[in-house]
Design a protein around this ligand. Structure first.
Ligand code: FES
Ligand SMILES: [Fe+2]
Length: 454
């Protein structure tokens, strides 16, 4: 059990500097922040001016654009970015806007082209963004197009299968800015996974209200009590430079709040079967299930040639390493797959955001290996990565048709309620416990951008 001076440390024997070692606590103070940050247009405008143009934004994943000419688009507020695989295998990013009269150049979420053609007047651009031809060019005064207007490129870089863009020429390079140590992301080999489900849903809250609800497990026993039988709700929390943070959520273990700590009940048995174990052959009690599942997964990985398991700690084989990429991304990392969650601000309304969730899975061609049920995929999902699923989009008034699953439906309701409460005259600002230290860490970093300290 933690108290505010003694945080949870899951692996006390981890060497200092190891990826699972508890990091020294960063002092982010105890200021109670003004709740207007969650609803005011002025605060939203400051974010558009000082935050979003200056940070690296996660726009996509490399397995989505494997071949030259493959592209994806990603919308962030009023901007749309166009990310294209080049002939030399590098990746370039452009503002998805035509230099002629501002039409969006690529109108789809993804595709494959030899050249881009703007639908408005037919101007053509190469994969490298360079102007290829202007329709009826002789009708332009030569002076106007002498600079050969091309698509506007912006900085683009990648790490471990994740593609980022940055609108700011002066921001530090991606690798310097990512606060996570080398190997942290790469060891999961996200570039060998595929997106098997992609949903974008519109929630009635500020993007920070949404994100706050995903970066702590303090609410689990109250909002998601169904998780208690297989998940501990007191996580190890770590803060990294530049607003990055993570929590390690122990899975295949009962919450310490459950009275019976010994019986291996149906839910734990289910988790054992998911790892290819036969629960009938397990002789220990509930407290040993997590370690037994780790062992089984490691053996299975060795059998199947999943060499990236060698780079992962035992804890990583069962637990969720829910990792916060400043400002608005969390990736739930597991050896079988990852959940890439982006909390995308609405272009004009500070009280709406888009919850964009890509579920990625590492396909293994073996009849005895299957996608874990806890990934929540519909039964007809193509898990091989051969077909990239379309984005399932649901606006706020259409959420009853969004198939988000039980836990996320609980969050949708909760977060809308918190959003309303944050505007109450009776609310004085959030009081964050040490279990909510990730919130304070990223929110204070937001302030540093807005105050000009970054
Ligand atoms: S706006 Fe693109 S060709 Fe005219
Ligand atoms: Fe939740």
């Amino acid at each position: 059990m933690l108290d505010y001076l003694n945080p949870i440390v899951l692996n006390p024997s981890a060497a200092a500097g190891a990826l699972d070692a508890k990091r020294p606590t960063v002092n982010n103070g105890l200021d109670v922040l003004d709740p207007s940050r969650y609803y005011s247009r002025e605060f939203m405008q400051k974010e558009w001016t000082h935050l979003w143009p200056r940070v690296w934004l996660l726009v996509g994943v490399t397995p989505d654009i494997p071949e030259a000419g493959d592209y994806l688009t990603f919308e962030h507020g009023h901007e749309s970015f166009l990310v294209v695989r080049q002939e030399d295998n590098s990746i370039k990013a452009f503002y998805n806007v035509c230099p002629h009269r501002a039409n969006r150049i690529a109108l789809n979420d993804s595709g494959s082209v030899d050249k881009f053609t703007c639908a408005f007047h037919g101007w053509k651009f190469g994969k490298d963004g360079k102007l290829d031809c202007i329709t009826d060019e002789e009708s332009f005064h030569p002076q106007l197009v002498a600079h050969r207007p091309s698509m506007t490129e912006l900085r683009c870089d990648q790490i471990g299968g994740l593609i980022f863009v940055n609108m700011d020429g002066k921001a530090p390079p991606l690798r310097e800015w990512i606060g996570l140590p080398p190997g942290y992301i790469e060891n999961y080999e996200i570039e060998k996974m595929h997106v098997v489900r992609h949903q974008t849903t519109e929630w009635m809250a500020n993007w920070k209200t949404g994100l706050d609800g995903f970066v702590e497990t303090y609410h689990l026993p109250h909002i998601h009590p169904q998780t208690q039988s297989v998940m501990e709700d007191q996580s190890q929390l770590d803060t990294y430079p530049n607003g990055f943070q993570r929590m390690i959520v122990p899975i295949c273990t009962k919450s310490h709040r459950v009275g019976d700590q010994t019986t291996v009940d149906a839910n734990l048995q289910f988790m054992m079967r998911e790892a290819g174990m036969d629960p009938a052959s397990y002789t220990g009690d509930a407290s040993g299930v997590r370690a037994a599942v780790q062992k089984a997964k490691r053996e299975r990985a060795a059998r199947l040639g999943l060499t990236h398991y060698d780079k992962l700690t035992d804890g990583q084989l069962t637990d969720s390493w829910a990792t916060g990429f400043f400002p608005n991304v969390q990736i739930g990392m597991h050896p079988e797959g990852v959940f890439v969650m982006r909390f995308v601000p609405h272009p004009t309304d500070p009280e709406r955001f888009y919850y964009d969730n890509m579920i990625m899975f590492r396909y293994v061609d073996d009849p005895n290996y299957f996608v874990p049920a806890w990934m929540g995929l519909p039964t007809n999902t193509d898990i091989t990565g051969m077909t990239r699923p379309k984005i399932e989009r649901h606006a706020a008034d259409d959420m009853s048709n969004a198939d988000l699953g039980e836990v996320l439906n609980q969050d949708v309701e909760l977060i809308a309620s918190v959003q309303k409460g944050s505007k109450s005259r009776g609310f004085r600002g959030p009081l964050w416990s040490e279990q909510e230290s990730r919130i304070r860490h990223y929110q204070r970093e937001v302030d540093r951008y807005l105050n000009g300290e970054k």
